[in-house]
Design a protein around this ligand. Sequence first.
Ligand SMILES: Nc1ncnc2c1ncn2[C@@H]1O[C@H](COP(=O)(O)OP(=O)(O)OP(=O)(O)O)[C@@H](O)[C@H]1O
Length: 599
Amino acid sequence: MRSALFFLMQLRAFAGRGLYWNVLGMIAVSMLEGIGLILLIPMLGMGGISGIDAASSPISAWLAPISGLPSAWQLPVVLGLFVFIVLTQALLKQRVSLQNARMNQKFEFRLRSDTYRGILQANWEYFIRMRKSDLINALTGELARVNGGITLSLQLLASVIFTIIQIGLAFWLSPVITLIVLICGAVLAFFMRRTLRKAKTLGNRSSDLARQYLAGISDQLSGIREIKTNALERSRLSWLESVSAEIHEEQYAFLKLRSKSQSAYQAVSAILIALFLFVFVHMLHTRLEQLILIVLIFSRLWPRFTGIQSNLEQIASYLPSLRSVLGIQADCRAAAELSFGDEIKSEGMAIRQALACRSVYYRYDVTQPRYALRNIDLSIPALGMTAVVGRSGAGKSTLIDLLMGLTTPERGSIAIDGIPLTRERLHAFRQSVGYVPQDPFLFNDTIRNNLLLVKQDASENELWECLEFSASADFVRKLPQGLDTFIGDRGVRLSGGERQRLVLARAILRKPSILILDEATSALDSENELKIQEALEKLRGRMTLVVIAHRLSTIRGANQVIVLDQGEVVQSGSFSELAAEKRGLFGSLLENQTLAASG
Ligand SMILES: Nc1ncnc2c1ncn2[C@@H]1O[C@H](COP(=O)(O)OP(=O)(O)OP(=O)(O)O)[C@@H](O)[C@H]1O
């Protein structure tokens, strides 16, 4: 029951008074149903069914005006009343269920939007920690289960209201019989508690399995190339079959649990009804009208009891999904770096003097002693070109993430023109950054839309200018639909170099104050690399450039070269200065590359 209450509390916090109106509607529906039921006795009595005395009906006092009518009129009037009550009840019921569906939809919409908003507002560290597929699962499968949980909780609420009202009616008719039936029901419910606990455990497992499945399948489809080239098809299929088998086992266990508890309820209800009739008619000589009504009430209540039990089981199994979605929301709140509205308030922030790191320390995992960056002190002068070099794993990309404000230092600070980059200034600063990552990403859309993403009002001329600059214009012109060609799954596949150039075009479209290229020319052939080198030359003096480069020949023109090794700055200076320090790391990197190129 606590699970259902949890769902309903969430709904109440969202729907407020709307939920109370619906509860009132549910009460009215149940009352009308009860009255319709009680009307059966006078109807049967007036219809002349022997043994039933219409005047002894519990509502005979209410029917007094009808008894005053000529006897030929009495039955049609009672039948008319009955039809009216049933129709009103049906209409009201329809309205309440539509309102419930609307409320549920709005709740789901809000939950979905709040969750995604939280995800979008979370900082980069959160995404480093989280599995992407868990977030996808929360926004798809888990939300669908939460929706199911809310629907069932509302059904349960209706059933509980119905049950209370019908039990109240039964009490009014005969407290003794009702009490005996209720005691039996309570004893049965007590023994069914174990089933509920089991349902909850199964629900937890089902959530885990869904997460595991989605994580695995999205990983494998992303790595399908590796699967093919390493001939891993069979082992991957076995993985899928084993997870599917587990999912089926879990579903089967849940169905078995439900059908077992339902059959138990049905069997007990049949035995109880038979026992009642025997005991009350033969031993206690109860009045027939009362007995008929009570049997009627409980024969309708019993399936509701069963419904309540099975609803509770299912709701308990859905609860882990709601908890998981709310957990993600809470984690995102804790990791929030931005609130919507910041972007409206802020405009780009230009670097006028320098972007600097002061005694910066950074660890990916604060529980581990290993620092990815240690004691970093450096200054990137505005409008110059700074190159960052170092062996693989030296900390270059980590440094870039810090410089862009994607991550925040554990100690020390990042400052723009001497002012620390605080959370409030983050969004404005990022609007001034153009970034081309190692593995460029384009959305599954047209080239035009991919570019317009960063500057919606860019003119056709501006788009082509950026494409020219990034040496992409030629290949875009040759595509079947030019700028309107779909790329990715639904359209033309682009080579790594082409994607990299398009991402570069996008990065410069909004004329950033600082352009950061993380190995941006790694996928380019020497002809295109040269073009980009020339373009970067043209940008010099117009924006601050930061370039991470493996190929040291590409950074000859840099004003400053920073050499990182094992998370520390080991050298910095101009290209020629560092090249002259033969015993330094830069000298040896340069020597290795020259040897490799000549060999
Ligand atoms: N998400 C992460 N979680 C934990 N450790 C990480 C993570 N990303 C990087 N590291 C570690 O931090 C260190 C610096 O990594 P980084 O990616 O900054 O190096 P890099 O110089 O950019 O390397 P490369 O040239 O190969 O891209 C490495 O030891 C790496 O293992």
